[in-house]
Design a protein around this ligand. Structure first.
Ligand code: 4AD
Ligand code: MG
Length: 462
């Protein structure tokens, strides 16, 4: 179709050049003998102004150029006399691909609430807000690969369908082809998964970590970047049932190496978002006020504060703050506690380490005190936990004991123990929740607004 993207027209065009652009009409304004159309094609935050004068044959078709219509416009590029835009097109020809009836097209010129836009998830990417969010999401995804590839990490593809529960928390969706109306039963009435498609109980993965571990224990430094699933009944602004996670795993590394990597990675992502998405972030700052270019610059420069779980609990206890959930050594930190640490105490990003073993997963390395594990959570202002990671337990006897005590079926996990039987080595990794990152950068309050098709309890569209 020989069309130019609006992004390229605005950045590389030159006056006098003939151009053809395609897009969706945002607005149309007519005044004596001349009409102005703002056209968007999704490639950039900016619209391109089309100028149609009554001498142009395109003037005849203006009545159909309503908000939402898909059109092609050809003409000549001109330097724009209007403020805030470098170029406009003096249009000689317009073709309509698809009309949009003004009486029923849901996206009109006025601003819509995010709640309303969630109801029309298939049309919301056409708004400035969601265009900005999804372009920032793309910038961050590209930056993830740039960061790890630049450091020689190997991208590995771990499975979506799995037979293991990585977090041992039981929040898994079953994958089955058994007839739901007449499930085969084994002794005791339990479902007989030996008759299922895979011959055993299969699930959607909650994390690629366990598989990433065997790849790290052969390839060295690896990372995953893929969808993960949690059947946790959490209806919050930070939880999804389907979310993307980035999980690096490093052989010959301890918790210190893991924390350094997490900090470098996170600050790199903030910098790239600013370098490549500043106009998007500035737009979101202007309209929603929960992110800021200056604030992100500041955080991208600032080192993380390090604190142990034990000291963090002490800090919270002495704060005198009235929390909804209790604070006590041995209890998990709730998001209100995490945000108190980041927003009130340290005013920045905080890494909390060495949590009590009872509240963390079975694979984390036991510290010498016998009470805590070599775990780390990275907490960011306003959101709380964005990264969770640990050094892994590499001693086969300690790991076996922890697995049995945590109710992990040791007999099914012999392959995992093999990594500790044959050439075991210290290794460590973490998981960054991709949507929480996009939330943090864009300042969106609800995680449902940073993924095209959010899945949450009782919520699945399309
Ligand atoms: O802390 P989590 O559960 O850690 C793991 O899954 C480890 N296996 C990671 C590893 O060490 N390789 O999850 C990691 C991150 C969290 O810090 C959070 O950012 C995100 O994943 N996350 C979620 N994001 C959206 N919705 C949910 N329901 C999430 N659960 C976790
Ligand atoms: Mg966690």
């Amino acid at each position: 179709m020989q069309r130019l993207r609006i992004k390229n027209v605005l950045s590389e065009g030159h006056a006098g050049q003939p151009v053809t652009v395609c897009g969706w009409v945002r607005t149309k304004r007519e005044s004596k003998g001349i009409a102005f159309i703002a056209l968007s094609d999704g490639s950039t935050q900016d619209t391109l102004q089309l100028v149609v004068s009554e001498t142009s044959p395109a003037f005849q078709i203006l009545a159909r150029c309503n908000t939402g219509a898909a059109i092609k416009a050809a003409g000549s590029l001109k330097e724009s006399p209007a403020q805030g835009q470098k170029f406009e097109i003096e249009v000689s020809e317009i073709e309509i691909f698809g009309d949009a009836d003004p009486a029923s097209y849901p996206l009109q010129k006025k601003g819509h609430t995010l709640e309303f836009l969630r109801e029309i998830g298939h049309l919301r990417p056409r708004t400035n807000t969601f265009g900005a969010i999804f372009r920032v999401r793309n910038i961050l995804a590209e930056a993830v690969h740039e960061f790890f590839q630049g450091r020689g990490f190997i991208w590995v593809h771990t499975p979506v369908i799995t037979a293991s529960d990585c977090e041992g928390a039981g929040d898994m969706f079953t994958v089955t082809s058994l007839p739901l109306e007449s499930l085969p039963r084994a002794a005791g009435g339990v479902v007989d998964f030996s008759q299922d498609f895979f011959g055993k109980h299969a699930y959607l993965t909650v994390s690629g970590q366990l598989e990433a571990e065997f790849l790290a224990m052969s390839l060295g430094d690896v990372y995953t970047f893929g969808p993960t699933f949690r059947a946790e009944n959490s209806n919050t602004s930070r939880h999804l049932s389907e979310f993307w996670m980035i999980e690096p795993e490093m052989a010959f590394a301890d918790l210190k190496d893991d924390m350094l990597l997490a900090e470098d990675f996170f600050r790199f992502l903030c910098r790239r978002a600013l370098e490549k998405g500043e106009s998007e972030i500035a737009f979101l700052e202007k309209f929603y006020k929960n992110t800021s270019v200056a604030g992100l610059k500041d955080l991208a420069e600032k080192s993380f504060v390090h604190i142990t779980y034990t000291d963090a609990v002490r800090e919270l206890e002495k704060s005198g703050e009235k929390f909804e959930f209790p604070v006590k050594w041995g209890l998990d930190l709730q998001s209100e506690h995490e945000r108190y640490l980041t927003d009130k105490v340290f005013k920045g990003t905080v890494i909390v380490t060495d949590y009590p073993k009872e509240i963390k997963a079975f694979y984390m390395k036991m510290n010498d005190d016998g009470r805590t594990v070599a775990a780390m959570d990275v907490l960011v202002p306003k959101i709380g936990e964005i990264i969770g990671g640990s050094q892994r337990e590499e001693r086969v006897d300690v790991l076996t004991e922890r697995m049995s005590k945590s109710g992990i079926p040791v007999e099914n996990m012999q392959w995992y123990l093999d990594l500790r039987r044959f050439g075991s080595a210290p290794h460590a990794g973490f998981g960054l929740g991709f949507e929480r990152l996009v939330q943090y950068i864009t300042g969106m309050q609800n995680i449902r607004d940073v993924i095209p098709c959010p899945r949450a309890p009782r919520e699945i569209k399309f």
